[in-house]
Design a protein around this ligand. Sequence first.
Ligand SMILES: [Zn+2]
Length: 327
Amino acid sequence: MKTASVIKCADQSPVTQEQLAQINRYSRRELTAQEVYVFSLILCDNEIDRDYERFTSHGLQKLSQLFLGKTGIFDHNPKGENQMSRIFATQVVEDTSRVTQIGEPYCALKAWAYMVRCEKNADLILEIDAGIKKEVSVGCSVERTECSVCGADIRAGACSHVVGKEYDGMLCHRILINPTDAYEWSFVAVPAQMSAGVVKGRLPSSSVPEGDLLKALDGSRDVTLTKGQVQRLKDHIHSLEGLAQAGEEHLLYLRKKAVAMSALALPGLDSKLVEEMVSPMDLAHLKKYVDGVCHTANQTLGLQTQFSSEIQGAPSQAVYDNHEFLI
Ligand SMILES: [Zn+2]
């Protein structure tokens, strides 16, 4: 979920005395600057994320306290040997040059973490330095989740608003109110494997919200459909098939007419050639072509055809009769 990444910056420079003092609050013995490796990361921000959820800036302030001392793990697997780094300082940073989708100043929760420089951690330190290990996600819980449109508490029962849809020009999303706990933060190689229940946002993202079916099937993720949603999709495909059949018939009719009217307007033109010419045309071009040859036929032969107006609608029996006659 939440955009979160390791920041590559001057934090890899020697550890400051202030940082060392903060780190030593969490260590059993006094660590020296040479023994620790420090890096910083963005844990989360107040932008609407891929799951259409966002923290408030107040929520980020709360999380900045909750994440102090929390260990970083891999793929949300809280086994002891996975706990390689610990957050020792946090700060909510504001970027005044940037506003969020809802027009608030952008702010993010930045954290500083330390690891012990040892053989076991050498590879990880190298990967962080090289920018390979940079995706992180956070696990936390919030007091309530509100609909951005009507303010309804989603856990108390969903409202009718659909996340990702716009209402009066505003993108509907969920607002995560008042974080109550931060479990951990994790380097994730494959975010889809994050364990549901611990990591906010993963479970709902795999199911498709009602009313937003086609939009959810954009191929960007795996989705789970209910039986009702499958039926709705089938009905939709069925109605499209009917429309496609009608469209095919209309195209066929227009092609025949194009050939017939070309024979009148341009008698020197081979009808086979006209057939080949019009067969790849889409509806708009075909209509224009038929309009054109009807017009020419009218002018050169003084025919009182009604075709121009009639081809806008469905073919009538009268047109078919005329068409047969013209051939
Ligand atoms: Zn709502």
